[in-house]
Write a protein that binds this ligand. Structure first.
Ligand code: ATP
Length: 354
């Protein structure tokens, strides 16, 4: 078990002016590596054999270390290779998925950008809901038993990986029939959630503890298969609509009506404030609240990702929002590196690295 003190000891041994920004070669690694370089850091990608070409091709990595399986990153000798390079790891969605929140918390001695405690809060559905409720956000209604279903609901399963296995139902009977047909091992662990109809907005926030400032850097809408394809079939399939699925296949850029921005900023701020109360020092750096805006212009939040999200890949060169905040192309990846640079200059890395 790695303690916070051990990580701080590793960090104390680092040369502040010779840090290496490191990440796993997947997800948002291109912008993280480019952003690190733009901010003057040396960078490093840890790739699985066969995936390194992407990072060579785009020429964004100063160094690439390859491993057979992502889990090998946890080997003591491999971690040591990172530590001797004064490496700070930047977590992203694939990083967390491949290595698991528990293993990261218990076994990773390499300093990580952000608060490790957040991994547990975002990956446990009960804790995540408690956090969002604590922030005062409106969440989709949840039904404890199928008998209560009185509207269109989305039935979710843990670790669904992009909504795989989710199904819609409008009644207890439809629920029972679809559950029976489902090919899943842990069918008992379902969550029945009101299906909220509206516009999905996935705002990409950044919270800087150094400046105590929340920034809205960009926003996207996830493109999902087959739900987003079904709309094109319309009247053709009215009799036999295929079961919708929600597998992310891409991201679309979006800006919200300007009059919605106060609410969007408030959502980000209240999630940060709640995190500081629940797991001090709370959220650090990038996060995304997955929301649906109803026709009453009310936001319903159904999930939080407490790290850089893939939708930010749209904005490697900055977004309309980041352009207002910064007079230079500011991706989320670069913003992380900027925070690290500021912390290193203030000799305060321990405020952003855990
Ligand atoms: P990820 O971890 O990649 O975000 P996931 O497997 O946790 O995915 P969710 O994000 O919960 O899945 O949901 C997947 C998709 O299902 C969402 O992007 C959204 O389109 C839709 N969705 C989820 N919850 C609701 C809801 N309550 N009402 C309407 N649509 C929803």
């Amino acid at each position: 078990m790695i303690t916070p003190d051990e990580i701080q000891r590793v960090l104390a041994g680092y040369a502040n002016h010779e840090l290496t920004v490191a990440t796993v070669g997947s997800h948002t690694a291109l912008q993280i590596l480019k952003g690190a370089r733009d901010e003057g850091f040396r960078n490093l990608a840890v790739c699985r054999h066969g995936t390194e070409q992407v990072y060579q091709q785009f020429g964004v990595a100063d160094e690439i270390l390859t491993i057979g399986r992502y889990q090998e990153l946890m080997d003591g000798t491999f971690q040591q290779q990172l530590i001797v390079r004064n490496a700070i790891l930047i977590p992203h969605g694939s990083f967390v998925e491949y290595l698991s929140p528990r293993r990261i918390e218990n076994e990773l001695a390499v300093p990580l950008f952000g608060n490790r405690a957040v991994l547990e809060w975002e990956s446990d559905r009960v804790k995540e809901r408690a956090w969002l409720l604590n922030a005062g956000l409106r969440l989709p209604l949840e039904f404890t038993s199928p008998e209560e279903i009185d509207r269109l609901v989305l039935v979710k399963f843990p670790g669904a990986k992009g909504g795989r296995g989710y199904f819609l139902a409008s009644s207890e009977a439809e629920f029972a029939q679809k559950l029976e047909n489902l090919n899943l091992s842990d069918k008992a662990q379902f969550t029945i959630q009101e299906f909220v109809i509206g516009t999905r907005f996935y705002p990409h926030y950044f919270y800087s503890p150094l400046q105590d400032r929340l920034e809205l850097l960009s926003m996207d809408i996830r493109y999902e298969s087959n739900i987003d394809g079904l709309a094109r079939l319309g009247a053709l399939v009215q009799d036999r609509t295929p079961e919708p699925s929600f597998v992310v296949t891409g991201n679309l850029p979006v800006v919200a009506r300007e009059s919605l921005l106060p609410k969007i900023l408030e959502i980000g701020q209240s999630v940060v404030t709640a995190s500081q109360e629940l797991f001090s020092p709370g959220l650090i750096g990038p996060f995304c609240v997955e929301t649906i805006c109803t026709d009453e212009l009310d936001f319903v939040a159904f999930e939080i990702s407490a790290r850089i999200v893939a939708g930010t890949n749209l904005y490697i060169n900055g977004s309309p929002y980041s352009h207002l905040l910064y007079n230079e192309p500011m991706s989320t990846g670069r913003r992380i590196a900027r925070e690290l640079k500021d912390a290193a200059e203030l000799d305060a890395l321990e405020r952003v690295v855990y």
